[in-house]
Design a protein around this ligand. Structure first.
Ligand SMILES: NC(=O)c1ccc[n+]([C@@H]2O[C@H](COP(=O)([O-])OP(=O)(O)OC[C@H]3O[C@@H](n4cnc5c(N)ncnc54)[C@H](OP(=O)(O)O)[C@@H]3O)[C@@H](O)[C@H]2O)c1
Length: 221
């Protein structure tokens, strides 16, 4: 299927990093925002980082109308409201890559909120979208700071969770074009709870052990 890629929004730290890496891999991406002006500014900022690529900024609604592969990276507390507003504009057969982690911090230690319905953010998001829209979890365990350092190799594994094998495979093929990124099938959507908790784990590992941008890489013999 021909996919047009958008980011909801494209203005946050994580989504800018994803947009830059996708653009470096040769994909055209559209950045969204609640306000078009902010998206246009973000597009200008990213175009200055990769001058041969023209990023486009639009309102979130326009991105959803135009794209059928969306990276969804709003704060967890705004997820349900945001998807409720955008739902009427979703294209049939859209794949929604859920990047959201319900992080909380207590005494400087990261963990995931216990208050997420349906076990994980990705499973919850799947209940909020119309039939035919597929949620795939991805990019949760990779930090924005790593993604945004576009002159440094990523050298990292990305864990994809989802119940729709074809959608997961499609995302895997797209993301495997990103240099230094190895997308791995991490099982059904219910395993998003694990990848969300792995994000809290890696934040704590980095902080407690003073590791610089520590991230996950599966070692094979
Ligand atoms: N940062 C990381 O290293 C990292 C790693 C893994 C996963 N994530 C996940 O990625 C998501 C974004 O994180 P981030 O670090 O990129 O956050 P961020 O830099 O704070 O950006 C979040 C974006 O969300 C939008 N937003 C803010 N308030 C909103 C509201 N009330 N309703 C709808 N949209 C709102 C804003 O876009 P507009 O103002 O343009 O609409 C903002 O640019 C989070 O769910 C986080 O858990 C982040």
């Amino acid at each position: 299927m021909n996919r047009k890629i958008g980011l909801i929004p494209g203005t946050g730290k994580q989504s800018k990093g994803i947009a830059l890496r996708l653009a470096k891999a040769g994909y055209s991406v559209i950045l969204g925002s609640r306000t078009k002006e902010k998206a246009v500014l973000a597009a200008k900022e990213l175009s200055e980082k990769i001058p041969k690529v023209q990023f486009i900024g639009e309102s979130n609604e326009e991105v959803v109308k135009k794209c059928n592969l969306l990276f969804f990276a709003v704060p967890y507390q705004n997820m349900a409201d945001t998807i409720e507003k955008l739902k009427p504009f979703l294209q049939p057969e859209t794949i929604l890559v859920d990047v959201i982690v319900p992080l909380i911090f207590q005494a400087g230690i990261a963990s995931c909120s216990d208050e997420v319905p349906n076990n994980s953010v990705s499973e919850y998001l799947q209940t909020l979208v119309p039939e035919g829209i597929t949620v795939v979890g991805g990019f949760k365990t990779i930090s924005a700071s790593k993604l945004n350092k576009i002159d440094e190799p990523l050298n990292v594994d990305l864990f994809l969770t989802g119940d729709n094998k074809e959608a997961k495979q499609e995302i895997k093929e797209i993301l495997s074009k990103i240099t230094g990124l190895r997308p791995l099938d991490a099982g059904p959507l219910s395993f998003s709870r694990t990848t969300e908790q792995m994000t809290a784990l890696v934040i704590n590992l980095n902080k407690l052990n003073k590791l610089k941008h520590g991230s996950f890489r599966i070692i094979t013999s």
